[in-house]
Design a protein around this ligand. Sequence first.
Ligand code: COA
Length: 274
Amino acid sequence: MITLETVNLEIDGPKATIFLNRPDKKNAMNPQMHLDMNQALDEIEADGNVKVVVITGNGDSFSAGMDLEECFLKPYDDPQLFYRTNLVALTWFKRLKAFPAVTVAKINGFAFGGGVLVTGICDLAVASESALFGLSEINFGIFPAGGASWAAAHNLPRKQALYYILTGDTLTGRQAEQYGLVNKAVPAEQLDEETDRLVRKLLKKNPVTLHLAKQVYEHNRATDLPTAIDYDQAKLWELSRLTGSEWINVALKQFEKRAYQPGLSTYTRSDSTS
Ligand code: COA
């Protein structure tokens, strides 16, 4: 366990877990937490073996979002300080979106503002049914910024996104599942088990393929079909080279021997747990 001032990081082979750790402040993200998150991502990248990163909160909250006092109120009158303070946050939000490993938000409680943003940036999300989400920015006079509107626009249907942006109303984990903000909502006591189940599935896949699958998805959702097809072809060559053509030499050889049915399960990798 790597213990930073406001974040704990556990790297267990191919799985890393980041614990936001300001439970008394509902894991509100203050400038120190933004620095710590950048450092945690540095550590994971430096490790080089992590395939899946889970982000969760200690205590009863995932995150109550940006620290309204330390990030906004206190530095506001010094424009340079305000800029620098929030740049650290915006940097790790962008890094998280492009992170090579698969990112999974594990929403254990309150998730407001920046908490919704992190949920929306992560590739996948599992929530406690009783988790409470909210784009509360409108309640203190601004619109969801720093990527939070992007997160709403890319994870919720339009009417729901605008409803929650404009009213600041809360939604439960169950509603978040219904609208697609999280993949699954489960009773609180099943949150660990459900997340572990998802992580185990991901760990069986080739890490290069996971990374490129994310890249291809993100690129192709923002482009036209001919461009997407050309991009797919180029990325498939890249994948083949970077994986030693594992899909041909291992996966499809196993299929040739009828060792598995790709429609129903995955091929066996020699390092499937690493
Ligand atoms: N920024 C700074 N401090 C925050 C915070 C935030 N985003 N969210 C919670 N805190 C602080 C509270 O001010 C309180 O501090 P104190 O003990 O010094 O008084 C402490 O965390 C505990 O919060 P409290 O409000 O007492 O807990 P609660 O369980 O009654 O309510 C919330 C939890 C999340 C509903 C409530 O704290 C809240 O509305 N927070 C703001 C959420 C928000 O608008 N986030 C968007 C930011 S972009």
